[in-house]
Write a protein that binds this ligand. Sequence first.
Ligand SMILES: Nc1nc2c(c(=O)[nH]1)N[C@H]1C(S)=C(S)[C@@H](COP(=O)(O)OP(=O)(O)OC[C@H]3O[C@@H](n4cnc5c(N)ncnc54)[C@H](O)[C@@H]3O)O[C@H]1N2
Ligand code: MOO
Length: 395
Amino acid sequence: MIGFDEAFALAGAAGKLLGTEEILLRAAHRRVLAEPVVAQVQSPRAAVSTMDGYAVRDADVAALPAALRIAGDSFAGRPFAGAVPPASCVRVFTGAAVPAGTERVIVQEVVEREGEVARFAEPPFGARHIRPAGSDFALGDELLAAGTVLTPRALVAAAAADIECVRVARRPLLRVLSTGDELVEPGQARRSTNRIPESVSVAVAALAEEWGGQLETAVRLPDERRTMERAAAEALNAADLVVVTGGASVGEKDYAKAMFAFAGLELIFSKVAMKPGKPVWLGRALGKLVIGLPGNPTSALVTARLFLAGLLCGLTGRDPAEAAAWRAMPLGEGLEPTGERETFSRGYVEARAVRLFAHQDSSAQKVLAKAGLLVRRPISTAPVPAGASVDVLDF
Ligand SMILES: Nc1nc2c(c(=O)[nH]1)N[C@H]1C(S)=C(S)[C@@H](COP(=O)(O)OP(=O)(O)OC[C@H]3O[C@@H](n4cnc5c(N)ncnc54)[C@H](O)[C@@H]3O)O[C@H]1N2
Ligand code: MOO
């Protein structure tokens, strides 16, 4: 059995960028940049007004009151053309270019307009209300690095760079194989007493999509060796990454690893000193990655959130550490010793401190809906007092 950090590092290193594709920025939400985004224009493109008002020379408003002829207008996208004559000003609007030679914009609220003349009575204290050209970014600036996830915020920067298409990491295709004779499609369990809803694959697919993967398909499998082998062969053929749930432990029908034996499965790790999730395993067969999650739903989700997310970071050119951005938080309650395995408990925030849900069983499902945090605690034989700092991760 290996430690969690060692296993996580192996998972992160196992995932290598699969390839790239060029797509429209409009379709690039959540994708991972494979190349940096470099500004093709500067921003602002010219010195622009930050307010609606009048662009003036300082000298023309040095003695007040002053009356200046309005030489013309400058609108956003339609600037004032030509030179501003002496003792004149230009009507400007927010985002419009400030005419050459003018030095400040006086907001319209303090200006009296009479036909083609603007009267200034108050001294123009303080702000010039001008954004210099290129003050946000210059032509040629790298606005986004390769490996950046195109969040709504990053999309603003990419579009502002005057980019129409971006080169992004190809999305790893995932096939999820849920093993277990007891499993049926949600909606069908009520028809029989011995069946339970298959509750993990829908969540694994969603989690994989959050981390840049794409579900190719999800398949339910009976605990029947031959059927499982056929499904394994098909999965290795169709997907970049195969996720198997259940059958990871030592039961008589735990065939999750055995079903890939014909394909020469090479294990990268198998069994990790963690709770929950001890039976999690990762391997490679026919050049494809295969990750085995324990069947217990909480164990499956915890190991997916850690290892599958780390693996997908690697496969999309991101730093796997992004999937394990632990932060410190004070404990809102004292905790019992953890024992022989690192513990990843499900927690929630109350009064700015983290507390653990009472139901920490590996099979828990209901509480997952509320468990926004994983609380990591090292192997230890000592209790931890309330107020002590623990590492937490968004779950
Ligand atoms: N003798 C031992 N027994 C067990 C060990 C061990 O070391 N020695 N490990 C335990 C640990 S820890 C875990 S975790 C479980 C995980 O075992 P498996 O991966 O083999 O999971 P299954 O036996 O297939 O299923 C466990 C449990 O979860 C339910 N399940 C499975 N898949 C789904 C699904 N897709 N949706 C909903 N529920 C699912 C299944 O019905 C079982 O109740 O093994 C311990 N045993
Ligand atoms: O390691 Mo298992 O996931 O505790 O129940």
